[in-house]
Design a protein around this ligand. Structure first.
Ligand code: XIL
Length: 364
């Protein structure tokens, strides 16, 4: 019994800076704060969740968040279905807990997200007879006006509530098409407004909170045709005077993709438009390879971010521990299910060294 208690203490690393793990040998528990490591480069953020149907990381992982991160994103709690589940009924309580925690621990808050085709209740798009407007063959001016008022009043209420507390907003999320056209063709927003909805959203957001940094956020916009389309579309909007301050590259990546040079090219192209760059939802799928290879990828990515830290001002991990990730089967994050640092964590402690060297340095 006493032996088991001792073993448990050792496993928890109480009072010592390293523990012995049967599979991994000596494992450091003296873990440097990533927030401090990156303080001169960019804000290091993390997404947390309270929503009842997703992993409850906000309460369970608070010490990891406090120690390692300087920015917070609600994984689901600021999306339209969470903020305004029914027309005119706002529900700020859950997200407010996160925002208050952030204020207490000097974390910035990134707001995610105001206008999206997912996690947005149908009522936004229904006419007075209860019909979905984007499914009609003919959309009238009156229909458009109704949805425009809802879009604007949603932005107004949410951004007013969080003014001074949320410093940056993903105003529009995932509007560019993965296929041939420029815009995601089956988004209700696009079907109702055509390419005008981005402009409506950003102009309203800027009017409501002129101090907030306004971002366009999307995935796979660092490579290929989707990058070209995004650059062209953002340029068109900026030329028309639409207030867009930054681009959010989500960063849902893997061990084999994308190519680092492609990401660098994207950084250069977006920066040339005068935009700030945030990496907003980073995770790296292990794709059946090893934690070591995944760590090497994290190192490469963070080397690139540091090289361009004049324009990359925030990097957010999309979750805390592997088991709570939306891609839990891919083990894509920095900490394992016991909240212990993985090789990926050690890899970014100092990107000039290998993860093993970094871990050894802290294993006393
Ligand atoms: C995901 C969350 O992580 C999940 O918990 C939820 O079930 C679905 O949404 N792009 C985005 C994020 O902009 O909001 C998504 O988050 C992941 C893809």
């Amino acid at each position: 019994m006493a032996n088991i208690a001792l073993l448990l203490l050792l496993m928890l690393g109480v009072g010592c800076s390293s523990i012995y793990d049967r599979d991994r040998g000596v494992v450091a528990t003296n873990t440097p704060s990533l927030r401090e490591v990156y303080t001169d480069y960019f804000h290091l953020g993390v997404a947390v969740s309270i929503a009842s149907w997703s992993a409850q990381t906000f309460d369970a992982h608070q010490h990891l968040v406090e120690k390692h991160f300087s920015s917070l994103t609600a994984e689901n709690e600021m999306k339209p279905d969470a903020m305004q589940p029914r027309s005119g009924q706002f529900s700020f309580g859950v997200a407010d807990r996160m925002v208050n925690f952030a204020a207490k621990n000097s974390l910035k808050v990134r707001g995610h997200t105001l206008v999206w085709h997912n996690q947005t209740p149908d009522w936004f798009f229904k006419d007075s007879a209860g019909r979905l407007i984007h499914e009609k063959t003919e959309i009238s001016g009156e229909d458009r006006q109704l949805v425009k008022e809802r879009l604007e009043s949603h932005i107004e209420a949410v951004m007013t509530h969080y003014a001074g507390k949320v410093y940056a907003w993903d105003v529009v999320n995932e509007a560019i098409s993965d296929g041939g056209g420029v815009h995601r063709p089956n988004s209700p927003w696009y079907r109702i407004f055509g390419d005008e909805f981005m402009e409506i959203a950003f102009r309203k957001a800027h009017e409501v909170d002129p101090n907030a940094k306004l971002f366009y956020n999307d995935y796979n916009i660092e490579t290929g045709l989707k990058r070209d389309k995004t650059v062209t579309e953002l340029k068109r909007l900026l030329d028309a005077g639409v207030p867009i301050h930054g681009v959010g590259i989500q960063g849902h990546w893997g061990v084999t993709y994308p190519n680092i040079r492609e990401i660098e090219q994207a950084v250069v192209e977006y920066a040339a438009l005068g935009l700030e760059i945030h990496i907003t939802e980073m995770d790296v799928e292990i794709q059946g390879s090893s934690e070591e290879r995944q760590a090497e990828r994290y190192r490469e990515f963070f080397r690139l971010f540091k090289k361009h830290s004049d324009v990359i001002t925030s990097v957010t991990l999309w979750g805390t521990t592997d088991d709570s990730s939306w891609k839990r089967n891919e083990k894509p994050l920095l900490f394992d299910k016991n909240q212990q640092p993985k090789p990926a964590y050690w890899a970014i402690v100092d990107t000039e060294k290998t993860w093993r060297q970094n871990r050894a340095e802290y294993a006393d």
